[in-house]
Each structure stands twice: as structure tokens, then as C-alpha cells.
Ligand binder design. Structure first.
Ligand SMILES: Nc1ncnc2c1ncn2[C@@H]1O[C@H](COP(=O)(O)OP(=O)(O)OP(=O)(O)O)[C@@H](O)[C@H]1O
Ligand code: SF4
Ligand SMILES: [Mg+2]
Length: 341
């Protein structure tokens, strides 16, 4: 099945802080979102998830430089004329960001904001657009939607505002939703409700989702395929159950080991250190300074993202960027892969 979205060798560069040249915050990123799937992009803070997401719809302003290709429905969005790109934005690809307050207009009611999107993209008359806005609020689980449509963003709770954002993103029935930490700012109960909502809407609308998060618990509950990102690179990719059952990159294992559900009776531990800043990573493998499995040769050249040999694979795509991957036998005990869609 051809991918709905295909990111190929994407690089995002910014001017270096010392003023000399450029540094890459995303570097050679390739990933696919097959139609009808939810694909996760996961990694610690600073790994390059948001710059990757923003590049899809060319939302990064200069001096950021973006190279590579973002193919969507057969076209490279990075080369599309602005007019054609506008037809894709919000219409066929919609985005939801972490903080709804920065994306909602404080001086318009939420109903007006959703109706505006509908009028712009579907050329509906005012009254029909308003009716659709109320319908969307209902769809995203906001009670008394006709009444709430007349509320301003500050009159709603954080969870409701996030639902409004999702309603606005989905009002035009996009083929692809890019959701960047859509639940991080919310408490656990509301987070679970929003994830359930995304799952249901995805099933009902047949949409695909690129879900960006630093939370592997969210990945377990939502994604089909997972890409793990570190220091601007994809370091591991596999179907969700494989990532949880047999993570092969030491970074992925590190992320999982800091999750109580995964650690089970094992020791719960955080990965020491932090993601290096763009341009400041060590030579060779970018994870070398934090890796428990590091070998001398890890520092000589950077490993490629390659299939992990596994005779029991049954054709599953499992890639890792590591010359000394975690052996499968190293993992035993309970793992929680949640219930992917
Ligand atoms: N406009 C910019 N100018 C310079 N550097 C930037 C800019 N935007 C992002 N960066 C840097 O690029 C790196 C990746 O940032 P990005 O926001 O993509 O991380 P992230 O994985 O989304 O992290 P988080 O989980 O905190 O959202 C960071 O080191 C960040 O400081
Ligand atoms: S290549 Fe070496 S340093 Fe990098 S993750 Fe693998 S074992 Fe660790
Ligand atoms: Mg981010």
C-alpha cells in the first residue's frame, strides 16, 4: 500500500548559536504514514520531533532551512506553490499543537473559529458553517455544544480547549492529522478521554494520524507503527508491539525502562544525561555518551538505520541505528504494549 505521507531525507537547519554556519535539528529523517494508520514519533525533549512536524506544512520561518522531500498524495509539499499548499493545509492535512491557547484566537468564540475554518475550506454559507461548528463540538464530546459554541477560549477548561482544537482540525475531514503532544498539558483522566476521542474519530473518519509525543504510554495506546527519534535522527522503527516486546536500540530500551508499566519487577531507571543540542553531538553514534552498550567502534562512524536481523520476523519491518543492538534474550518479564488500534 503506498504511503499517504512520505518524508524523505528531511533536514532542518538553524544558524549555529556561535554564529558560525548551520546546525541540523532534524537530520536525514525518513518516515512514512500508511493510509489509515496512526504512526508515532517519540523521543525526549529536544530530539527534533516538532521541527519535523512543522516542516510537513512548511510552517518553519527563515532562517530555518528545510531540505529533502515531503510527499503527500503524490506531490512534494516542500516544492508546491504557496497557493496549492494552502489547499492542503487544514483541508487535507490538519495539525493540533500542545498548547491550544497559542492556537486559538482569544477574541472570537470557539464556534466562530470553527465556522471560519469551515467557510474558508468548504465555501459554506455562514449559517451552515455555524451548524457544522456546533456539530463538531458535539463530535469531540463537548456537552451543550450549541451553548458552548458561544464561549470564548478563556471560558473553557484546558481539556475542552484541546477538544475544540481537535474539532477545528477535523472540521474539514482531513486525510491526515498531525498531532504534536496533543495531551501533554492535560491531566491523566482528560488525556485518556482525548486519546479515546482520537481513536474513535480516526476509525469513524478513516483518517491517518502522525502522533508526536515523548510519552510511550500514549504510543502504546494509540499507534500502529513507532519511530523513535534521538538528536535529529530516527534511531528505531517498528510496529508498536515489537517496540515494546523487543526494543533493539539501547535508547528505546532506556525510554521504556523509565516507564513503570514496562519495568515491572525490573529496576525503574532514567537514561542519564540529556539529548545533545544540534551540532553538539559526539562523533559516531549520537547516543554514545549515554549508552550502556557503547563499544569503541561506536565512536568511529555513525551507524545506519538498518533492518534488525531476526529470523522469526515474519516480514515485519524493524529497523535500528545501532552496531551493538540489545539482544532479544535480554528482555524477559512483563511488558505492556497496550491495545494498539
Ligand atoms: N527556531 C529555532 N532556532 C534554533 N533552534 C531551534 C529552533 N527550533 C528548534 N530548535 C532546536 O532544535 C532542537 C529540536 O527542537 P524540537 O522543538 O523539534 O524538539 P522536540 O523533540 O519537539 O522537543 P519537545 O519534546 O521539548 O517538544 C532543539 O535543540 C531546539 O532547541
Ligand atoms: S551504536 Fe553503540 S553507542 Fe550507539 S546505540 Fe548502539 S551500542 Fe550504543
Ligand atoms: Mg516539540
Amino acid at each position: 500500500m503506498p504511503a499517504l505521507l512520505e518524508i524523505v531525507d528531511l533536514a532542518v537547519s538553524f544558524p549555529a548559536s556561535d554564529g558560525h554556519g548551520l546546525v541540523r535539528a532534524a537530520d536525514g529523517v525518513s518516515l512514512e504514514v500508511p493510509a489509515g494508520t496512526t504512526v508515532g514519533l517519540v523521543g525526549e525533549s529536544g530530539s527534533g520531533k516538532t521541527v519535523t512536524a512543522l516542516s510537513i506544512l512548511r510552517l518553519l520561518d527563515p532562517p530555518a532551512q528545510v531540505t529533502g522531500a515531503v510527499r503527500f498524495a503524490g506531490k512534494n509539499l516542500l516544492e508546491l506553490p504557496e497557493r496549492e499548499l494552502r489547499a492542503v493545509r487544514g483541508n487535507r492535512i490538519a495539525m493540533v499543537f500542545q498548547d491550544p491557547m497559542t492556537s486559538l484566537n482569544p477574541v472570537l468564540t470557539v464556534g466562530e473559529q470553527i465556522a471560519e475554518v469551515v467557510r474558508l475550506h468548504e465555501k459554506r454559507p455562514r449559517r451552515a458553517a455555524w451548524a457544522r461548528a456546533v456539530e463538531m463540538l458535539d463530535t469531540v464530546g463537548i456537552s451543550s455544544p450549541a451553548e458552548r459554541a458561544r464561549a470564548y477560549p478563556h471560558e473553557l477548561s484546558g481539556g475542552m480547549r484541546q477538544r475544540v482544537m481537535i474539532g477545528m482540525a477535523l472540521a474539514c475531514k482531513p486525510d491526515l492529522l498531525v498531532a504534536d503532544e496533543p495531551t501533554t498539558a492535560l491531566d491523566v483522566t482528560i488525556q485518556a478521554q482525548i486519546l479515546e476521542l482520537l481513536r474513535r474519530l480516526r476509525a469513524d473518519m478513516g483518517m491517518s494520524v502522525l502522533l508526536i509525543t515523548h510519552d510511550l504510554g500514549v504510543v502504546a495506546e494509540t499507534c500502529d507503527l513507532v519511530n523513535v527519534m534521538y538528536a535529529g535522527r530516527i534511531v528505531e522503527r517498528a510496529p508498536v508491539a515489537r517496540i515494546f516486546a523487543t526494543p533493539r536500540h539501547p535508547y528505546t530500551l532506556g525510554l521504556l525502562s523509565s516507564m513503570p508499566d514496562f519495568a515491572g519487577p525490573r529496576r525503574l531507571r532514567a537514561i542519564p544525561g540529556a539529548v545533545p543540542l544540534p551540532g553538539k553531538h559526539p562523533p559516531g553514534c549520537r547516543f554514545a555518551d549515554r549508552c550502556e552498550r557503547v563499544l569503541d567502534r561506536c565512536r568511529l562512524s555513525e551507524p545506519a538505520l538498518e533492518p534488525v536481523p531476526d529470523p522469526a520476523d515474519g516480514g515485519l519491518v524493524h529497523l535500528a541505528r545501532c552496531i551493538n543492538p540489545v539482544p532479544k534474550e535480554a528482555l524477559s518479564g512483563p511488558v505492556s504494549a497496550g491495545a494498539p488500534l
